[in-house]
Design a protein around this ligand. Structure first.
Ligand code: C2G
Length: 144
């Protein structure tokens, strides 16, 4: 039983997240997602649209996800790997080479999967936000 662990906020769930989770699961048999709590998101300077409980429920509904645990701080990863007997930690390539994950290499395999281009929670928020009409005028940026 190969056990996989990944971390993230997973706000406004989109196909970039789903593709990451699908490919992570394909590397083993059991996928654990350590989901950033609302308090930890503050440390990450992220304000999630959905709160932790909602983001947790959405992740639990995904066929690739077997368990969701809270990510409460930057320093829990080594303990998570030991406590959950993790074989591989998987992250998107935007984290490639980051010390927060490189330090896990003595304890488990660390795999970075190519980030899905063209989609992000920030992009969704920005574009939806711009579509709120101001004085009745849609603020959609003209296509250059
Ligand atoms: N992701 C991706 N493609 C995208 C967007 C995100 O592959 N277009 C991946 C990210 O690389 C990450 C995961 O999906 O592995 C979750 O993305 P976020 O919720 O943005 O995670 P992040 O805020 O980077 O949290 O301790 C680590 C942090 O908690 C990671």
């Amino acid at each position: 039983m190969k056990r996989i662990l990944t971390y993230g906020t997973f706000d406004l769930l989109h196909y970039g997240h789903i593709r990451l989770l699908k490919r992570a699961k394909e590397l083993g048999d059991y996928l654990i997602v350590a989901l950033s709590t609302d308090e930890f998101n503050k440390l990450k300077n992220k304000k999630a649209y959905h709160n932790y409980e909602t983001r947790k429920k959405m992740l639990e509904a995904i066929r690739y996800v077997d368990l969701v645990i809270p990510e409460e701080n930057w320093n829990q990863k080594i303990n998570d790997v030991k406590e959950y007997h993790v074989d591989i930690v998987v992250m998107g390539s935007d984290w490639e080479g980051n010390e927060k994950f490189e330090i896990l290499k003595p304890y488990c395999e660390v795999v970075y999967l190519k980030r899905t281009e063209g989609i992000s929670t920030t992009k969704i928020k920005k574009e939806l936000g711009l579509q709120n009409p101001i004085n009745g005028v849609d603020q959609i940026p003209e296509v250059k």
